[in-house]
Design a protein around this ligand. Structure first.
Ligand code: SAH
Length: 403
């Protein structure tokens, strides 16, 4: 928890609080996001039934809600001029009340020959978040943020070092994907296909995968994040119609949040950021481990697999001479196999060193040895690729440095 000194004077009302957050002390965990002005209400915050109520309480016919949803989620349109099925007189009000602008793009940068795009967004109160859109041969993945900053304070992660500014709303989370979907429709993401048929493709690309691996710990912003999952996966026009299997929820291992997600029964992929198989090291690398240990987090991950049948991913950033020892690969394999076979795969990723970090990526031979030891224990293991390194868009580098 963030501690507030007793001497704090009574808070004065401030119109627009500064998006600055003080850096956390080593190991300090922040679960409660600072309270700031709420982002404006948006269609994507609401369930279909709530949208109907909202439209009716503005004095319009309930079916207008479906029309608006079709514009936003299916046509990806929020410009009243393009909503010709809505009477001119009501368009303006419906759009200003239910489709207010939430994200202002402040930086758009291309990398990897135009196959990767990084976006930095300014939110209504000046907080800044980032997303990264990546084209692969057979899929398009967007890495989205769920909080401005993060309270989990992992010492190798740029976002963790900056602290938690605030939770994002459901619609702010969803809008990142809608913006990306629009960019794809405009053909803004280049190349990336081995598929012959692709060269004369007539239908535009679609977002096939969404990973909650940008800024923030989504399970610490549970309600908004689960709302976003619903909006992403609900079939159009209620939502974007992305397959749940294409959505990955990544967590430091907040066990109660993992269990809640298990109970939702949505077959998204769960990724657990483990980074060490032993509590001693993990307490340092992923401070939440002091609350929920390696075994407790793995048990919760296994329960997720049991309930959903979805194979869980274990994330493991390989840090030179810190967590990349052969014995740690063996211990990880042992702990995973102890719980069962075929329920998990491991995604090692070379550490992306953050500015000023004392740590760096493992040597290639060491990385290979780590992978081979896991594979020989029967654990499917694939090195995760790192995209967007030249634009500070790579994993763990997302920080509000773009302001
Ligand atoms: N809060 C979520 C999402 C964080 S970002 C979570 O912890 O899972 C997604 C992944 O990137 C996590 O596995 C995180 O540990 C990892 N990561 C963070 N910084 C990194 C870095 N500098 N190099 C490699 N991976 C990093």
């Amino acid at each position: 928890m963030t501690e507030t000194p007793d001497t704090t004077p009574a808070p004065q009302p401030v119109a627009l609080p500064e998006p600055t957050t003080s850096a956390p002390r080593p190991g300090q965990l922040t679960f409660t996001a600072p309270r700031r002005g709420k982002p404006p209400r948006h269609l994507a915050d609401l369930t279909p039934a709530e949208r109907k109520d909202a439209v009716e309480s503005l004095g319009h016919k309930g079916f207008r809600a479906k029309q608006l949803s079709t514009h936003y989620f299916e046509r990806l349109v929020d410009d009243p001029e393009r909503m010709s099925d809505l009477p001119k007189a009501v368009r303006g009000q419906l759009v200003s009340d239910l489709l207010p602008p939430l994200l202002t793009p402040i930086v758009e940068r291309k990398a990897d020959d135009g196959q990767t795009m990084k976006y930095a967004w300014r939110l209504h109160d000046g907080a800044i978040v980032e997303s990264v859109l990546m084209r692969y041969p057979k899929r398009v993945t967007i890495c989205i943020s769920s909080q401005a900053g993060c309270g989990m304070n992992c010492p190798f992660c740029a976002t963790g070092q900056a602290g938690l500014t605030r939770n994002m709303s459901t619609a702010e989370i969803v809008e990142q994907v809608v913006w990306a979907a629009r960019a794809l429709r405009r053909g803004e993401l280049a190349g990336g296909s081995d598929d012959e048929r692709d060269s004369d493709r007539e239908t535009p690309l679609r977002v096939s995968n969404v990973v909650f691996m940008g800024m923030g710990e989504a399970l610490a912003n549970y309600k908004a994040s689960i709302g976003a999952i619903r909006r992403l996966t609900d079939p159009a026009p209620d939502g974007l119609g992305i397959s749940a299997r294409g959505v990955t929820m990544s967590t430091v291992g907040l066990v109660p949040g993992m269990d809640k997600l298990t109970a939702e029964g949505i077959p998204v992929t769960l990724a657990l950021s483990l980074h060490a198989p032993d509590d001693e090291l993990r307490n340092e690398l992923v401070p939440i481990n002091t609350r929920w240990s390696v075994d407790e987090a793995l048990d919760a991950a296994y329960r997720y697999f049991e309930a959903t049948g979805r194979r869980v991913s274990i994330e493991y950033a390989l840090i030179r001479d810190i967590n990349d020892h052969g014995w740690r690969a063996d211990l990880l394999g042992e702990k995973l196999n102890r719980r069962g076979r075929g329920w998990v795969h491991v995604n090692p990723i070379p550490l992306n060193p953050t500015p000023g970090s004392k740590w760096t990526a493992s040597r290639p031979g060491v990385e290979q040895n780590f992978v081979e030891r896991l594979r020989s224990a029967g654990i499917p293991t694939t090195i995760r690729d790192t995209r967007g390194q030249d634009i500070d868009g790579a994993c763990g580098q997302l920080a509000a440095s773009t302001a």
